[in-house]
Design a protein around this ligand. Structure first.
Ligand code: SAM
Length: 329
């Protein structure tokens, strides 16, 4: 088991398939992009599946979420999903994506065994999309969402980051849209994980503010806390339910005490927290010939040192060297 010294057990593995992305969301990376990882540094599909298999078959991982960067940019994605879904015990297989290309890939991914999908959508206004993501791809995202729903990747979840003065006026409209389409919306507080180090607490739209904006138009009642478990989203029944909306207050309402997540970067580093400043290099060990026992032992040791919390509120907090796009959100 992947148990840390505070008794938390990691069962939810998030695997970044690439650090590259075809959007440039301002809270994530600069318009000109970043220095991408050199190809030889990226895990191959076989290496990814080998490490995921160790996680699932030996270390108690029950959920595998592929992310990035943008995971749909990885050509072998359908094959990686199929090989993940074939593991025993079968893990839940999920994807976090910006939706560009999902119109074409949703059906083959569902057929390969993908269970569910989270699609990022921050705005319903084409011009705001262009301003926020520096690319004119709004229609592709909307088409990707519809294709995911049609392929049965339900419940389709929508991830939204609100930015003050840019899209924060859209919270109720986004919820109305998702209710109408049958998608489950979750707002994520902006975290200090952008490559430009431009995050500031005063500009961040807080969970309290998001809830106040929604409550002006909807009746929100907290969902059964038992249902939440280790999920990052605090969920609320909308207008009596059964529809729900989630708020992920990573900064102002941290949920580190219930965290069950562990991450594997596209270049084969285990990270025990989004905000970790240390990593454990499974790729080099694997390429130097380490067997599955040794890789599992390294992974167990990496999780054992997980800190009790992300420490954003600590005056000594330092943003991790890797931006979100290179960690895997
Ligand atoms: N490209 C995919 C996507 O757009 O969903 C997967 C990777 S992206 C890093 C995963 C999620 O992290 C997205 O929902 C994105 O909005 C969110 N995200 C990125 N940077 C963030 C930040 N600084 N704070 C909060 N969420 C962030």
């Amino acid at each position: 088991m992947l148990r840390d010294s505070y008794g938390r057990v990691a069962t939810d593995l998030r695997v970044s398939l690439t650090d590259k992305c075809n959007l440039r969301c301002t809270y994530c990376m600069p318009p000109e992009g970043l220095d991408w990882l050199p190809k030889p540094e990226l895990l191959t599909a076989d290496e990814i599946v080998r490490l995921v298999a160790i996680g699932v078959e030996r270390l108690g991982v029950t959920e595998v979420r592929y992310t990035g960067g943008e995971p749909l940019l990885r050509r072998e994605l359908v094959d990686i999903v199929a090989r993940t879904a074939a593991l025993s015990p079968r893990p839940e297989v999920m994807l976090t994506t910006n939706g560009i290309g999902l119109a074409r890939l949703a059906a083959p991914l569902a057929e390969a065994g993908l269970d569910r999908v989270n699609v990022s959508l921050d705005t319903l206004e084409r011009d705001t999309f262009k301003r926020l993501a520096h690319r004119d791809r709004f229609d592709d995202v909307i088409a990707g969402l519809a294709a995911a729903d049609a392929a049965g990747l339900r419940p389709v979840k929508v991830n939204t980051v609100l930015m003050r003065g840019i899209n924060d006026h859209e919270a109720p409209a986004l919820l109305r849209y998702c209710l109408k389409q049958g998608y489950e919306l979750r707002f994520i507080e902006q975290m200090p994980l952008d490559a430009q180090h431009g995050w500031s607490r005063k500009d961040m739209v807080t969970a309290d503010e998001i809830l106040a904006m929604l409550k002006a138009e909807f009746d929100l009642r907290p969902d059964d806390p038992e249902e939440r478990g280790s999920a990052p989203a605090e969920r609320f029944l909308v207008d009596g339910g059964p529809e729900r909306v989630g708020v992920i207050g990573s900064v102002t309402r941290p949920f580190c005490g219930a965290c069950d997540r562990v991450r594997l970067t596209a270049d084969g580093q285990v990270r025990n927290c989004l905000f970790a400043r240390e990593e454990s290099d499974l790729k080099t060990a694997m390429r130097d010939g380490a067997g599955d026992d040794e890789l599992a032992a390294r992974w167990i040791a990496a999780v054992a040192t997980k800190l009790p919390g992300h420490g954003i509120d600590d005056p000594a907090f330092l943003q991790p060297a890797r931006p979100m796009s290179a960690i895997g959100g």
